[in-house]
Design a protein around this ligand. Structure first.
Ligand code: COA
Length: 233
């Protein structure tokens, strides 16, 4: 069952390398967005994940996927007005994940871990000063995982508050403690929101996934696309 219970986060896993659905479940503005995408990989990522997201939201709302009215928050965060649940989508590589919860707001981030990237340079560009110090304590062999763990925790927080690129990733500070992240410094206008629970829920050779929810959500449940029906509730 897809529906999240109180205190639960449901994570729907969406493979992006399978069959590509038609655009019948998409809204007109989503079709327009799709038509502007030049890269085949981006088109696939968008249509497969948006179709699955619409089917999931439709199931929770008791409507068909094409009837789900998705609105965008001030900085582009997709929302469904009046719904009694919260959701957030993320995609990377061949995978997307959709997080659903009764309590919110919620943010999720997935990253396919690249074997080699200029991690130290990226850390200096995107991390806050104390985060850079933490990252630089890691030796060459462990830097990749440390980088992706902190990166996805930061993205999950940015996506929970929904500010998108309007807030610098250096404007707040997360202390990593095992799988958990503790939010320490936040800009003044966001300090009355939360408290937040930040956690890396998957870290394997290929992908890392982190989630940000209000404190109090305790359990995670993974659901596969096979457990979703077609376009109608
Ligand atoms: C959209 C954004 C919030 C995340 O982008 P991303 O990590 O590249 O992409 P993800 O796959 O994780 O998430 C994209 C999805 O988030 C959702 N989304 C869009 N805007 C959002 C917002 N403001 N808040 C939350 N979710 C948002 C959408 O469902 C989107 O899917 P779509 O493109 O198919 O419509 C991006 O605007 C952003 O702010 N990125 C921050 C970049 C950065 O500086 N990172 C540094 C981290 S250290």
């Amino acid at each position: 069952m897809l529906s999240p219970a109180a205190g639960e986060v449901v994570i729907l896993e969406i493979p992006l390398d399978g069959d590509v659905p038609g655009d019948a479940n998409l809204a007109d503005n989503e079709r327009r967005r799709l038509s502007r995408m030049r890269s085949e990989a981006k088109r696939r990522e968008f249509i497969v994940s948006r179709d699955a997201m619409r089917r999931a939201l439709g199931q929770l709302l008791g409507r068909s996927a094409s009837e789900v009215a998705i609105e965008l928050g001030e900085h582009g965060k997709p929302e469904v007005c009046g719904a009694d649940f919260h959701f957030n989508l993320s995609h990377s590589g061949d995978r997307a994940v959709l997080a659903l919860s009764r309590e919110g707001p919620i943010g999720i981030d997935i990253e396919a871990m690249a074997p080699r990237r200029p991690f130290a340079r990226l850390a200096r560009r995107f991390f806050a000063a104390s985060e850079i110090e933490w990252f630089e304590e890691y030796g060459e062999d462990d830097r990749r995982e440390a980088f992706y763990r902190l990166w996805t925790l930061k993205e999950a927080y940015l996506k929970a508050v929904g500010t998108g690129l309007s807030m610098s990733s250096r404007a707040f500070d997360i202390r990593v403690d095992g799988a958990l992240g503790e939010l320490r410094e936040v800009p003044g206008d966001l300090s009355d929101r939360g408290p937040w629970h930040l956690e890396t829920v998957q870290l394997d050779g290929a992908y890392v996934v982190s989630i940000c929810t209000p404190v109090g959500l305790v359990s995670y449940r993974r659901v596969t696309l096979n457990e979703l029906g077609g376009g109608s509730p």
